[in-house]
Design a protein around this ligand. Structure first.
Ligand SMILES: *Cc1c(COP(=O)(O)O)cnc(C)c1O
Length: 454
C-alpha cells in the first residue's frame, strides 16, 4: 500500500475555537504586574494599548475554549489547514526508526506562522473602531504578517523596522510595502524616543527595544491608534493554538500520536501553538508526551536564564512579567535567526518549564544551519533560520531513537520558510558563519542588574 505523505483537513474541519491552556493548568502563572503600581494587571490596564478582546484574552484564566470569529476563520481559509507532512526523506537520511512529522506553517502568504495571530489582532482592532495600528519588527516576519492582516481588515499600519534590518533585508520591507504598510527605519525622527537617540548617537543602527518604544509612543499619541505584538504575550500564543489543534486531527488521520513535540523558541508563540493542545492531554488525561523548546545557544533564556519578574522591553515600558529571562538589557549576538533574539519567555511557558511539564535545549548557529540544509535536501523546503533550531532538535531525538532502537513518533513545527533569508544560507554555505555562545558569568552579570525590580 502506498504510504500517505501529506495530511490536510477539509475546510469545515478547520478548528472553530482556540485553546486556552491556562484554564486547565493546576497552578496558574504568577500575575503580570503594572510597572508603576506593581499591582496585578487588570484588562483595563491594557485597553489603551491593545484591542479589548486581546486584553481580555491576555488575562483569561477560566475559559479553556475561545471562539475564533467567523471573519478571522474566513481569512484562515486562504492558507489553512496547513499540511501535516511525514518526513520520509529525512527519516531515510537519518536511518532512524523514528517517525518524523512536521506541521508546515511556511505555506501562509507571509511565509510563517505569525499570520495566525496578526489576522486575529487586526480583526479585533477593527471591531473596536480603531483605524490605525503600529508595531515594531526585527527581522521583518511579524511586520510582514501584520501588513497583510491590516490590509485584510482595512487598517493603516506603521511599522518601525530596526534600521540594520531595514537596510539588510530590503525584500521584507518591500513585502510590507506591497501590502500597503508604511515602513520606517528605527530609530527615526518621527518620535521623541527616536529623536533622543539619533541626536545623541547619529549612527545608531537600532534595536528591537528602541523600535518598540517608538511604536508604543506613536500608538499612545495618535487618536484611534493601537499597538500589536507578535509573540511573548498570552493572547498571541492562544491564537497560535490553531497549529496544534489542526495537527491533533491530522495525526489522528495518520493513525499516530506524538511521543515528542518540538518547536523553536523566540518568545514562545509557535512552540505554545503546536504544544498546548497536546499538553492538555498530559494535564487532563495522563498522557506522557514530551515537549521540547529549541532556542539558540546565543540567547539561552530557558536553558541558562533565571525565572524572575522582568520587563518585556529594553526601556521598561511594559508590565513586569514573571518569566525566564536573560535580563531586559541583554543584547543578543546578531545571529540570523532574528525571530529568536529575545531576552525573555512568555508567562505560560515559563510556568510550564518551572513545573517540568516541558523541556528546553539550546542549539548552536552552525548546528541549526546544518540541520536546515539537510532538511532542504531531503524534503525540498528551505526552512527559516528560526525553524532550523526545531529541526536540529528533532534530528537529535531521531538519532537517540536510533541508538536505543526504539520507534518514537516526533512532531515538530516548521514555523516558516527561508526564501527571504538566503543571504544567511549564502554565508553558511561559503563557510563564513560562526557560533556565538554566552558564558554563565556574562549572563549572571546582566541578571545582577535586574535583581530588585519587584
Ligand atoms: C518570529 C518567528 C519565530 C519565533 O517566535 P515565537 O513567538 O517564539 O514563535 C519562529 N519562527 C519564525 C519563522 C518566526 O518568524
Amino acid at each position: 500500500m502506498e504510504k500517505t505523505k501529506k495530511f490536510l483537513l477539509p475546510e469545515k474541519e478547520i478548528p472553530t475555537q482556540w485553546y486556552n491552556i491556562v484554564a486547565d493548568m493546576p497552578t496558574k502563572p504568577m500575575p503580570m504586574l503594572h510597572p508603576g503600581t506593581k499591582q496585578p494587571l487588570k484588562p483595563e490596564d491594557l485597553y489603551p494599548l491593545f484591542s479589548r478582546a486581546a486584553s481580555d484574552q491576555e488575562l483569561n484564566e477560566t475559559d479553556a475554549w475561545i471562539d475564533i470569529p467567523e471573519e478571522v476563520r474566513d481569512k484562515y481559509r486562504i492558507y489553512r489547514s496547513t499540511p501535516l507532512v511525514r518526513a520520509y526523506g529525512l527519516e531515510k537520511a537519518l536511518d532512524t526508526p523514528a517517525h518524523i512529522y512536521f506541521k508546515n506553517e511556511s505555506v501562509s502568504p507571509v511565509g510563517s506562522h505569525k499570520l495566525n495571530s496578526a489576522l486575529a489582532q487586526a480583526y479585533y482592532l477593527k471591531q473596536d473602531g480603531i483605524t490605525n495600528v503600529t508595531t515594531e519588527t526585527g527581522a521583518g516576519q511579524w511586520g510582514t504578517a501584520l501588513a497583510f492582516a491590516s490590509r485584510a481588515f482595512g487598517l493603516e499600519l506603521a511599522v518601525y523596522m530596526v534600521k540594520v534590518s531595514y537596510e539588510q533585508k530590503p525584500y521584507r520591507r518591500s513585502l510590507m510595502q506591497t501590502w500597503g504598510a508604511q515602513v520606517i527605519a528605527s530609530p527615526s525622527m518621527s518620535t521623541k524616543a527616536g529623536r533622543k537617540i539619533l541626536t545623541e548617537h547619529p549612527n545608531y543602527q537600532g534595536s528591537l527595544g528602541t523600535a518598540i518604544s517608538e511604536a508604543v509612543e506613536l500608538a499612545m499619541q495618535t487618536p484611534n491608534c493601537r499597538y500589536a505584538l507578535g509573540s511573548v504575550l498570552n493572547h498571541v500564543a492562544l491564537h497560535q493554538t490553531i497549529i496544534g489543534l489542526e495537527a491533533e486531527k491530522q495525526m489522528e488521520m495518520a493513525g499516530e500520536y506524538p511521543d515528542i513535540v518540538i518547536g523553536c523558541f523566540g518568545g514562545g508563540s509557535n512552540f505554545g501553538g503546536i504544544s498546548f493542545p497536546f499538553m492538555r492531554h498530559n494535564i487532563l488525561n495522563g498522557k506522557k508526551t514530551r515537549f521540547i523548546a529549541a532556542e539558540p545557544a546565543s540567547c539561552p533564556k530557558l536553558t541558562h536564564g533565571k525565572f524572575q519578574y522582568d520587563f518585556g522591553d529594553e526601556s521598561g515600558y511594559t508590565p513586569l512579567i514573571p518569566m525566564f529571562t536573560l535580563g531586559h538589557n541583554f543584547s543578543p549576538a546578531n545571529i540570523h535567526a532574528g525571530g529568536l533574539r529575545y531576552h525573555g519567555a512568555g508567562t505560560i511557558v515559563s510556568q510550564l518549564l518551572k513545573e517540568n511539564r516541558m523541556e528546553a535545549v539550546d542549539i548552536k548557529q552552525l548546528d541549526s544551519f546544518e540541520a536546515g540544509v539537510l532538511f532542504a535536501r531531503c524534503e525540498g523546503i528551505v526552512p527559516a533560520p528560526e525553524s532550523c533550531h526545531a529541526i536540529a532538535a528533532a534530528i537529535r531525538e531521531a538519532n537517540i531513537a536510533k541508538e536505543e532502537g526504539k520507534k518514537k513518533t516526533i512532531l515538530f513545527n516548521l514555523s516558516g520558510h527561508g526564501l527571504v533569508d538566503m543571504s544567511a544560507y549564502d554565508q553558511y554555505l561559503s563557510g563564513n558563519l560562526i557560533n556565538y555562545a554566552m558564558t554563565d558569568e556574562e549572563i549572571q552579570k546582566n541578571l545582577d542588574r535586574i535583581e530588585t525590580l519587584v
